[in-house]
Design a protein around this ligand. Structure first.
Ligand SMILES: [Zn+2]
Length: 160
């Protein structure tokens, strides 16, 4: 897919957040919630190293949006993320009525990278976001940046 410079900035920030997660000993995932006017409202990275495997950034952003935004604001917002939402996060995104998602790398790419690294399959099945929230506008992957995300996953799994 082709993204413009403004969108690339948000996506690069997601990769930075994923890198921060990795440097804190967590899985490399990062996400940014952006309002219709382009303002960054919230951002987060994975925090599952705490032992709570639901601490995905996309889930945190969905709950932040539910607590802090009107339904209209949520529908007009975009979530940028280093990796396509998992089923749990896609469902949370859909339930709170957030808008478009742009991801750097797809769940399919992640699954193939983890298989290459011989990482055991996760307990929750990997599915495309549109299998969970059929009417959502979803864009990705973004070539170039996706290779950076792949390197982060390699670093994480080689270190652990
Ligand atoms: Zn998730």
């Amino acid at each position: 897919m082709v993204v413009d410079e403004a969108e690339l900035r948000y996506l690069r920030r997601c990769v930075e957040l994923a890198t921060e997660a990795l440097e804190e000993g967590d899985e490399p995932f990062g996400s940014v919630l952006v309002a219709a006017d382009g303002a960054v409202l919230a951002e987060d990275h994975n925090r599952v190293a705490s032992g709570d495997r639901t601490r995905h950034p996309e889930f945190e952003l969905a709950r932040w949006a539910a607590a802090n935004m009107s339904p209209e604001e949520r529908a007009a917002a975009t979530v940028y993320t280093s990796g396509e939402h998992c089923p749990m996060c896609a469902a949370a995104h859909g339930w709170v009525g957030l808008g478009r998602i742009v991801y750097v790398s797809s769940s399919e790419q992640l699954a193939s990278w983890l298989a290459e690294l011989k990482v055991p399959a996760p307990p929750v099945r990997t599915l495309p976001i549109r299998d969970i929230v059929p009417d959502l506008v979803v864009e990705g992957p973004v070539p170039g940046l996706a290779e950076q995300v792949r390197d982060l996953h390699r670093r994480f799994h080689r270190a652990s």
